[in-house]
Design a binder for this molecule. Structure first.
Ligand SMILES: [Zn+2]
Length: 93
């Protein structure tokens, strides 16, 4: 797309929503209509659910996997920096 990567720290959750109709076959069979997709994100210690329109699902999933890639990369970087720092400290003492 040629844009800066879109990063999302969250997970995609599938939900089946019950309708108001009595004796609904779909609700009886699969527990509700759907799936509807939500982005589950942690915000100030709480979990927030954000509805994802179906045509945005692929984009959101990509943003989540891009987030993981960046996070893993930063963790790897931190590990290497820590090793360097430890070596430097042991040389100084
Ligand atoms: Zn139903």
């Amino acid at each position: 797309m040629g844009q800066a990567p879109w990063l999302l720290a969250g997970t995609v959750v599938e939900r089946y929503l019950k309708c108001r109709r009595k004796d609904c076959r779909i609700c009886a069979k699969q527990g509700g209509h759907g799936p509807a997709y939500y982005l589950s994100i942690r915000e100030d210690g709480r979990t927030r659910m954000v509805y994802i329109p179906k045509d945005h699902l692929a984009e959101v999933r990509r943003a989540i996997s891009d987030y993981h890639a960046v996070r893993d990369g930063l963790q790897e970087l931190t590990k290497r920096e820590l090793q360097k720092w430890r070596k430097k400290r042991s040389r100084q003492s």
